[in-house]
Design a protein around this ligand. Structure first.
Ligand code: ZN
Length: 424
């Protein structure tokens, strides 16, 4: 099935159109997987917006009534335009060419896109007017939107004070409810607007150019969908600012998104503040205090552990056995972790020359082991590594302190392997 004219885009003149009737002009199978087909349908006219210019496609439904009177509804899963300008509606059901359909746009989604997109025109215009910063790209995401700005020294220009000032100006213009108007101009006229500096950029396409104007602020060549006046943007919230290649990325939220995100974050903030019995305003100061306390508690704990390990080492040395000239200490602890047994093994050899110690923690499985040596002839790392290797295990360390982990069932075997390496 072929046809001559491409889809007439109803949203060009009526961005507020939520439902429309049209005739199916073409249908093609896009993909077939596991017995399920996806279809692409073109219409003589459509209010569905196809992904372009940073704005995502619309969702919705196409409905038709068959000759027998049965109603058929096909969900629109994606909308895309091809190079010729045809708009394709992707559905799970085919509709034959010539069928009359009623299209229904998922309005909350579209309205959200129009708020973010028109908000982007506004924000880009304010950044341009106030900081001479050009918007080099726009992204409308599921969670938030962003623009990338480029200007001389933009990184240092975007101070928190400047961001707050830009946000205030943008919201003042929203409150003023300025008209957002559309018109088509011949390409020659658009080119003279560009030359005069009234227009910042012009798409390369031929024919008439669709212009979007925010009263006394911004003139743009754009094929997207826009709200009718700035008041419909609702509100504009600037979020994260980050450095990207070639400029700075400014994240923002408009309209209902700004409200729902603020609400969600307010609840998170309230919950976090309640944990610290503080108000939102004091939250950062209280967290800072808590972190300082936690750091000092960790230092204190380490000092106590070191003292404990020193006493523990002295006690274990009392029951050391002699292997030739070597003093030998071994011990299994069920209530101590790797950190402590390493500390203990180090304290033992620090307190006693010509000494070796094997300390095992049976708190975990596999059991952490620490092996230390203050005897010049006994390299702790080599002995432990070789002993573990006989059990197909890995571990090692320096000449004085080594560590590994051994399944408890193999502890006796490790013990034998190490003992074999010691003087008799
Ligand atoms: Zn636009």
């Amino acid at each position: 099935m072929t046809h001559n004219s491409i889809t007439h885009r109803l949203y060009y003149d009526r961005a507020d159109l939520r439902s429309f009737t049209a005739i199916v002009t073409d249908v093609r199978e896009r993909v077939r997987e596991n017995g399920q087909s996806l279809w692409e349908i073109s219409l003589d006219q459509s209010a569905f917006y196809p992904t372009s210019g940073g704005q995502p496609f619309d969702l919705g439904t196409l409905r038709a009534v068959s000759r027998s009177g049965a109603e058929l509804e096909a969900a629109v899963l994606e909308v895309a335009e091809d190079e010729a300008g045809e708009v394709w509606h992707c559905t799970t059901k085919p509709l034959n060419a010539g069928t009359e359909i009623t299209g229904e746009i998922d309005w909350p989604r579209r309205r959200d896109h129009m708020q973010q997109h028109t908000g982007q025109h506004l924000l880009s215009a304010v950044f341009h007017r106030e900081l001479n910063a050009a918007t080099i790209s726009f992204h409308l995401g599921e969670e938030s939107s962003s623009i990338d700005l480029a200007a001389e020294g933009i990184e240092t220009l975007l101070t928190p004070e400047t961001i707050a000032r830009i946000e205030t100006i943008a919201n003042d213009i929203i409150t003023e409810n300025r008209p957002v108007s559309l018109r088509s101009v011949p390409r020659a006229e658009a080119e003279s607007l560009l030359a005069a500096g009234s227009l910042r950029k012009l798409p390369p396409r031929e024919g008439s150019i669709r212009m979007v104007e925010i009263d006394s602020l911004d003139l743009n060549a754009c094929g997207g969908t826009h709200v009718r006046s700035t008041g419909e943007i609702g509100a504009l919230l600037i979020r994260k600012i980050e450095k990207v290649r070639g400029g700075m990325r400014v994240e923002f939220l408009c309209g209902t998104r700004a409200i729902t995100t603020s609400r969600r974050e307010f609840l998170q903030l309230t919950e976090s503040s309640a944990l610290l019995s503080s108000s939102g305003a004091q939250l950062a100061a209280n967290i800072q205090k808590l972190l300082a306390e936690s750091k000092s508690a960790a230092r204190e704990r380490w000092t106590l552990l070191e003292q404990l390990a020193a006493y523990h080492a002295a006690e274990l040395l009392q029951s050391a056995t002699m292997r030739g000239a070597l003093r030998w200490v071994e011990c299994e602890l069920a209530d101590r972790d790797l950190e402590y047994i390493k500390l203990l093994a180090a304290k033992i050899i620090a307190a006693s020359p010509d000494t070796a110690a094997l300390i095992v923690s049976t708190q975990a499985e596999p059991a952490p082991v620490a092996f230390s040596s203050s005897a010049a002839s006994l390299h702790a790392g080599n002995i432990l590594r070789e002993s573990l290797a006989t059990l197909n295990l890995r571990g090692g360390g320096s000449a004085t302190l080594a560590q590994g982990a051994v399944p408890r069932a193999q502890l006796a075997a490790l013990h034998d392997a190490i003992a074999a390496a010691l003087p008799r």
